[in-house]
Design a protein around this ligand. Structure first.
Ligand code: PMP
Length: 382
């Protein structure tokens, strides 16, 4: 472990001179010290004279890496002891079918909230296993908002309720945790806002997140599952599909995604010691992320030129979506931003326009530069 990974992490304001401001929606930006540590450990980790990519997944070095990654995922997220933390493969998308395979019994119904693209993919896959009841939807308003608790209508006995806490493409985010009917597990796809703010894990039955935004590198999906939910899982599934197998084997039933788990470990150590506004860890991240997003939303709110996609009460602090008055101006915006070393601002093809993804490791200085650029672009083109 280098000195940089053990001293407190302070937010940086600009990228190294040979790097861009990376607004990518994912895989996304990682902290400099995480990347520097990984560079070193790819060559030689823990003084073993072998790199992390080359160690056996059952050797002592990976024993340490895995144990620390899990312990740090737990401590950063304040995860209760009655939850298992699993490192799985196949992307968050594999959970679209793995969750209903395990938790939706034959003839059963699961409730889903449709807040756009990724939520829709979950719904489509669940239909292979049982009945899907739509408990809420933002579809008729082009996914510009998050349904409120009062707008949710659950089925009489759902196996679980599934929602997507942050909609990466539309730039909307829940600012509350849905309450489910008594005894019904809440299942959350938190791929694009996990650990951006504190959450009360005990409110959930299952949470999952592709690591490639706020937790590390593509290649692993982290899953938090409550013990009583694990016990409900269907035992008659192919081995690799059973949550119980991965839990029993502590994520080492087969060769796990060694490098991706290692990077999650580094990112968790970085979040744990992140300091801002007199706070630490995820609490500090919440303040930092709020200030970052505000810089850009303030520009939208004071402009007649830009139009934000999300309704103000449903705005995401991770993905900020907006457009100019025309597609031609959107293209010009993207070209000129790129020339000023801002990369990855093009909106998803489903909605067009621009999207600024400002995950945990994205520096506030980058939001200041973008806000300034937006004002200047409006002045010249508005
Ligand atoms: N859910 C959300 C909210 C996402 O943003 C994404 C990917 N951007 C996915 C699911 C799919 O993740 P993966 O590519 O890891 O399957």
């Amino acid at each position: 472990m280098s000195a940089t990974m053990t001293s407190p992490a302070k937010p940086s304001s600009k990228p190294a001179s040979d790097r861009l401001f990376n607004f990518s929606a994912g895989p996304g930006v990682l902290a400099d010290e995480v990347l520097r540590q990984a560079q070193q450990d790819i060559w030689n980790i823990d003084g073993s004279d072998i790199g992390i990519l080359e160690h056996s997944h059952r050797g002592k070095v990976f024993d340490r890496v895995l144990a620390e990654a899990e312990a740090d995922v737990r401590s950063v997220g304040n995860v209760p002891a009655n939850f298992k933390v699993l490192f799985l493969t196949g992307g968050a998308s594999t959970q679209n079918f793995m969750i209903p395979a395990n938790l939706l019994p034959q003839g059963g119904t699961a409730d889903y909230i449709n807040t756009g693209y990724w939520a829709e993919k979950c719904i489509e896959e669940a239909k292979f296993y049982g009945t899907v009841h739509l408990a809420g939807s933002s579809k008729e308003k082009n996914h510009t908002f998050i349904p409120s608790q009062a707008e949710l209508k659950f089925s009489p006995k759902p196996a679980y309720v599934h929602y997507t806490s942050n909609n990466t493409i539309y730039g909307t985010e829940y600012h509350y945790t849905p309450t489910t009917p008594a005894g019904v597990p809440l299942v959350c796809d938190a791929s694009s806002d996990i650990y951006s703010r504190p959450i009360d894990v005990s409110r959930f039955g299952l949470i999952y997140a592709g690591a490639q935004k706020n937790m590390g590198a593509a290649g692993t999906t982290v899953l938090w599952i409550r013990d009583d939910v694990l016990e409900r899982c269907n035992p008659k599934l192919p081995t690799m599909l059973r949550f119980g197998v991965h839990a029993k084997e502590s994520s080492r039933y087969n060769t796990p995604p060694v490098f991706a788990i290692y990077v999650v470990g580094l990112v968790m150590k970085w979040v744990k010691k992140f300091e801002y506004a007199g706070k630490r860890g995820v609490e500090a991240m919440q303040v930092y992320n709020g200030e970052k997003a505000k810089l850009i939303y303030d520009v939208l709110d004071s402009s007649k030129f830009y139009k934000g996609h999300a309704r103000p009460d449903s705005r995401s602090l991770m993905n900020i979506t907006f457009r100019t008055p025309s597609e031609q101006l959107d293209d010009k915006f993207l070209k000129e931003a790129q020339a000023q070393r801002m990369d990855g601002l093009k909106g998803h093809r489903a909605i067009g326009g621009m999207r600024a993804s400002v995950y945990n490791a994205f520096p506030k200085g980058g939001c200041e530069v973008l806000a300034q650029f937006m004002r200047e672009f409006e002045r010249k083109n508005g």
